[in-house]
Write a protein of this length. Structure first.
Length: 173
């Protein structure tokens, strides 16, 4: 049997709530939106590029956002050592190279990373600050991470919408 990206029932974004509820709810909404754009597609469809010369694919977006989650929540905020599944200094854009990718494994990695990101943020104040790993050494707080990831997912979900439409004509939501 051919593997297909699982169907998903996306929860609505929150309409009322405190700041933490709103930030977590909107981030989860955008996480679900990415998965919704992939739902029902087989691996080869997930590897279909948007339009030349771009090599952007739905699977590449899933892989990229897996590493974005790890970078901000676990490595920076929580100070954890992260073994990135795709990135290496010699191949910094390997998350987008899906030529030999295993879509089912990549989706499992994504789901696992989202759970690890949630665990890294659990119980922390939105005002908690950290210094970015790497040469820039900028200071951020957890609130900024949520806002940034909502922005990053929203931007990439726009890409995902266009890629999905190119693959099979599905649009909307």
């Amino acid at each position: 049997m051919t593997w297909r990206a699982p169907e998903i029932t996306r929860k609505n974004e929150p309409y009322v709530g405190d700041e933490r509820t709103m930030l977590e709810g909107w981030l989860d909404y955008h996480r679900d939106t990415l998965l919704l754009k992939c739902a029902g597609l087989i691996a080869e469809q997930l590897k279909t590029p948007s339009v030349e010369p771009s090599g952007l694919t739905l699977l590449g977006l899933v892989r990229h956002l897996t590493e974005v989650e790890a970078w901000w929540f676990r490595e920076n905020l929580a100070g954890q050592q992260v073994d990135y599944p795709y990135f290496a200094p010699e191949t910094p854009d390997a998350d987008h190279d899906v030529s030999g990718a295993d879509a089912e494994a990549d989706f499992a990695t994504y789901h696992r990373e989202v759970q690890l990101a949630r665990a890294a943020a659990a119980g922390r104040s939105l005002d908690e600050t950290f210094t970015e790993v790497g040469p820039k050494k900028r200071t951020f707080n957890l609130r900024w991470v949520y806002v940034h990831l909502i922005e990053e997912y929203a931007r990439h979900n726009g890409h995902a919408d266009l890629i999905r439409e190119r693959i099979d004509g599905v649009t909307g939501d």
